[in-house]
Design a protein around this ligand. Sequence first.
Ligand SMILES: Cc1cc2nc3c(=O)[nH]c(=O)nc-3n(C[C@H](O)[C@H](O)[C@H](O)COP(=O)(O)OP(=O)(O)OC[C@H]3O[C@@H](n4cnc5c(N)ncnc54)[C@H](O)[C@@H]3O)c2cc1C
Ligand code: FES
Ligand code: FES
Length: 504
Amino acid sequence: MDSQTIRILLNGEPVAITGLAPTTSLLAWLRGARGLVGTKEGCNEGDCGACTVVVGELAADPADAPRLYAVNACIRFLPTLDGKAVFTVEHLRSLAGGALHPVQQALVDCHGSQCGFCTPGFAMSLWALYEDCHVRGEAAAAPPSPARIRSAIAGNLCRCTGYRPIIEAGERMLDAPPRLLDRERLRTALLALRRDDTLAFDHEGCRFVAPRSVDELLALRSRHPAATLLAGGTDLGLWVNKGLRRLDTLIHTGEVAALRAIVPNAGGLRIGAAASLTAAFAAIVRLHPELAELWERFASPPVRNAGTLGGNVANGSPIGDSMPALIALGARVVLASVRGRRSLALEDFYLDYLKKDLAADEIIEAIELPPPAPARRLRSWKLAKRFDSDISAVCAGFALELRAGTIHAPRIAIGGMAATPRRATATEAALAGRPWDEATLAAAQRALADDFAPLDDLRASAGYRSRAAAGLLTRFFLETRPDAPLAAAQTRAFAAEDLAGGGG
Ligand SMILES: Cc1cc2nc3c(=O)[nH]c(=O)nc-3n(C[C@H](O)[C@H](O)[C@H](O)COP(=O)(O)OP(=O)(O)OC[C@H]3O[C@@H](n4cnc5c(N)ncnc54)[C@H](O)[C@@H]3O)c2cc1C
Ligand code: FES
Ligand code: FES
């Protein structure tokens, strides 16, 4: 296969693409070059879901059925779809022999659309869920729960209809006889697109290259230290769409299978830097179920399907949501270059605002989590104005071991409180070796004030952030104290269902 030609399966048909800038978005190409205008442009920054499409990809073992997942076309650089399938809303009818697909019919029947601008995006998010329910064999047993539907459409905004009829459509879409994608046919078509060589091309002074092994990636990184590493592009897409930045050389990490692997590691986990947030969070939650709500609130399914854990850690935003929990868990980051490998405690990776201990020729190869400690108590909470898909004002990770009522090995990390996600070392010192009681809590809260000089911006004032962090420490105490600990439902002001529901 020509190493300069992007090959994708568009609505079931192979398409060869050349002569495009590497940062061309899938959305711009679908609408401009292909005339597929059902996919809408709203925000152009991954926030509204009007541009939602579904991607099909061979499973890690190609003998298994291909995976289908929703992504935002507006922040997805087209060359990263090489070898994959893209389905747009136009394809749904062909699955239903020219009639409306059951997902679309349910939206009509439940009055789930008014102006209709958001509707293709909702249809595609619901279609991904529809296929998932059928593949798991759940469709015959029961419709998806409202909570699961809400979660599937958490990245879709509707400004006029209101969400209740759309959720009802999600509950009704499985009523009709199934109209399913032929996954075996998809698998055969994707196998035909598989390449062994490296996709690499230049366009008007910009270069894109997608190495296929760690060694090839490291050699490229060493030769092009000024190049931009591109993983899922959910941060980089905004640099281009909103920051209007020109990225001269892009090295895409998504084709390096070893970088996408998640493997058990001495009782803990080793998560390849290019593993999707969806896959990484699923593995982490299996080991640490306490983190389920945090990951559910991280962005939206399309962003989590495209974005990677390595990208979040590498971006190193002070309000990034994975770092506080990872630091509380004692995560280490593995850095690799042609010179060799080194491993750092994650908190030591962050030097200053967006400044990291990462040499120009290095990449993040993996994030490693230790095994869960016995008697460990763990919580992580995100405070933001909305339940779904919002940026944190404060995000905190708390962990400690409780033995005979005494605190051991406390680890607290809070984002939104300093120029980097940071450990609260004075607070930890106030906790270590003490009984976990109200006097210790009060001392730890006083120490919190020494640990941080919080950010003061339009998202939250410094005063709010300080009080909120102290409040989260109280919540941690209430849920983990040795005497009469409270359940999560007793410490939250609103049920998640109240927050995630509501009208338009
Ligand atoms: C709508 C929306 C909602 C979001 N919500 C959240 C949220 O709730 N919480 C949150 O924390 N973030 C959120 N984000 C930010 C973003 O999704 C995450 O930071 C994501 O993890 C980035 O991963 P990526 O693979 O897309 O990174 P990319 O955009 O590909 O890259 C991000 C940075 O990491 C670098 N990089 C990537 N891989 C490596 C590597 N292996 N080694 C070294 N450097 C590397 C890139 O060069 C770049 O500087 C949101 C983004 C959007 C668009
Ligand atoms: S246009 Fe809003 S998410 Fe893409
Ligand atoms: S129907 Fe108008 S935005 Fe949803």
